[in-house]
Design a protein around this ligand. Structure first.
Ligand code: FES
Length: 577
């Protein structure tokens, strides 16, 4: 039963020349008249790409979605979006997240779609699709590609990213041979899917589920597990129901309550610091104010429950077997807005009421957490007037309160030129400061924040140091790393003024980051400071530099915040000559 006029009827239900053209041209694909009988058209936005290894299996997932759409009486049409492959795309996928969000939004708006299924996987593809769908605001449901199976090397289980960084540090310290490293390389990625630690992809899949934009249980099902395809089929069926009912739309799901639920989930799972930027950007699309202070408020009152790398011990496959995100949400229910609506038309509380935890070492009960507070904290102080982020669950406890002298690197190239220079005056008490790696500085705010420890110190057994930058960090990384310093150094934020030897104080319990330099001296340095020339003067890069917001505002483009909901009347009028 259709509760409203389907938007696609403006294309296919017409008796004029436009209707003739729309139907006739699509028949080149071999469709019969049957598909134009008034059934809803379901777009399948697919970020499949062989350049995005994490999403390379999404054609198969799309086939399962189509199966569901056909079986529920819909008409599926798959279309490609640009894809953002975290490891191959340079300088960083974050430079292109907003471009992908625009791609999704405008395709959804321009084509005859009544609902859309969003297929994502690798880090930025999930938030980009959620942002685009939120702005277009037609019924949308997400299916993520799922994590890889556990890596396995000899007797060791390997987590993507996290163990790559660890093994590389071992190699630099001379404790691992080239042959061993090469062997481990093949053992780490043994199936389709995205990184299988609680990195950014796993975190954002969990955020999509916690926001209510996926069916329950979506985030943790391993990519090669047949249950992921079954879930995709169900999502296709559900998209048809949503199209017929005209909702729920993203604006009904992505509410302040849903965002609170997602933040609590992020804190409980020890999620990637990147989630903070993406959730702020998503909130901006639906007009929900989300200052960084909200993350810290919820972090202080949300226990850390999920024992996954890089903060803990296990991998996503273990998380799935333990009960996945529904088991976490059930534990968190006393802290959640249980009545938040989700894409299946039920509330979060209804969805997770019967969830079960099958391994309490992987998912701890609320009363027996791994830590009393959430994984991520927000810092403030004169070095970061608009905030900074630190993942305390992946940091070294002995460095959470630390005073040290700055060793400053002006940019990424400077860091790599000098970090292993034997003459570099540095010991484990120093604080590494890296500039010009923020949204405009690098540009695109690459994941360069977990700067390498000097090899000389690694060989002495030093495993962690305080590092501060305006960059992001891979969700798979670990260490006492202060990130997202805002405003960034490239636009003259206080980070730009730090010099070698300055004293910096980090106090995580007090949430403070302080540059111990007199105000008069900082004023002198500021007067002498000059910005660098822009990285781009044309093309998309120019657009990015002109419009990107700072990290505390989600790094969206200023003019993309908010929604322009798709309306039926937008589609009227001939598109041919
Ligand atoms: Fe795609 Fe890690 S590289 S999720």
């Amino acid at each position: 039963m259709t509760a409203h006029q389907l938007r696609s009827r403006n294309w296919f239900g017409r008796t004029d020349l436009d209707g003739f053209v729309h139907r006739s041209w699509l028949k080149t694909e071999g469709f019969s008249d049957l598909v134009f009988d008034g059934r809803p058209v379901i777009g399948i936005a697919n970020s499949w790409s062989e350049l995005t290894n994490c999403n390379a299996h999404l054609r198969q997932v799309a086939d399962a979605v189509k199966r569901g759409v056909w079986s529920a009486g819909g008409f599926p049409l798959e279309f490609p979006t640009i894809s953002l492959g975290e490891v191959l795309m340079k300088p960083t996928t974050m430079l292109f997240r907003n471009l992908m969000a625009m791609d999704v939004e405008e395709c959804v708006r321009a084509y005859p779609l009544d609902a859309v299924v969003l297929l994502s996987g690798c880090d930025k593809t999930t938030p980009a699709m959620l942002m685009g769908a939120a702005s277009a605001d037609i019924p949308a449901i997400m299916v993520t590609g799922g994590p890889m199976l556990r890596g396995k090397w000899r007797t060791e289980e390997l987590g993507s990213g996290t163990d790559a960084w660890r093994l590389w540090a071992e190699r630099r310290a001379g404790r691992l041979s080239d042959e061993e490293l090469c062997e481990a390389e093949s053992c780490m990625s043994r199936s389709s899917g995205h990184c299988m630690v609680m990195g950014t992809a796993s975190t954002m899949a969990s955020m999509a589920e916690a926001l209510g934009m996926t069916l329950p249980g979506n985030a943790a099902i391993p990519a090669p597990d047949s249950r992921r395809l079954a879930q995709a089929e169900l999502a296709g069926r559900r998209a048809v129901e949503m199209a017929l009912a005209g909702g729920p739309k993203p604006s009904e799901i992505l509410t302040a309550q849903a965002l609170d639920n997602a933040i609590r989930a992020d804190m409980a799972i020890g999620g990637s610091t990147n989630a903070i930027i993406h959730l702020v950007a998503i909130a901006g699309r639906v007009g929900v104010p989300l200052p960084l202070s909200r993350f810290d408020e919820l972090s202080r009152t949300t226990p850390f429950l999920v024992n996954l790398r890089p903060s803990g011990k296990y991998l996503m496959e273990d998380f799935f077997y333990a009960g996945g995100l529904p088991a976490v949400m059930k534990e968190l229910l006393p802290l959640l807005h249980g009545d938040a609506l989700t894409v299946n038309g039920r509330t979060m509380a209804q969805n997770v009421r019967d969830a079960r935890c099958d391994n309490e070492d992987v998912i701890r009960p609320l009363g027996l957490p791994l830590a009393p507070e959430g994984g991520t904290v927000i810092l403030s102080g004169n070095l970061c007037p608009d905030g900074a982020v630190l993942k305390q669950s992946a940091a070294s406890p002995h460095l959470l309160v630390h005073r040290g002298r700055a060793v400053v690197f002006e940019d990424h190239a400077d860091l790599h030129r000098r970090i292993d220079d034997p003459s570099l005056a540095i010991d484990e008490t120093a604080i590494l400061v890296l500039k010009h790696v923020g949204p405009k500085g690098a540009p695109g705010m690459p994941e360069w924040g977990a700067a390498p420890i000097p090899a000389r110190l690694l060989k002495q057994g030093v495993k962690d140091m305080v590092r501060i930058s305006d960059a992001r960090m891979s969700g798979t990384s670990y260490g006492t790393v202060v990130l997202h310093v805002a405003p960034e150094s490239a636009i003259g934020g206080p980070l730009a003024l730090v010099r070698d030897g300055d004293e910096i104080e980090l106090d995580v319990p007090r949430r403070s980051l302080t540059l111990r330099v007199a105000d008069e001296e900082l004023a002198r340095r500021r007067a002498a400071w000059r910005p660098r020339p822009p990285h781009f003067t044309r093309g998309y890069g120019r657009l990015f530099l002109d419009h990107v917001l700072q990290a505390n505002e989600g790094c969206d483009f200023d003019y993309l915040r908010g929604r322009t909901p798709v309306r039926a009347e937008d589609t009227a009028g001939p598109s041919h000559t």
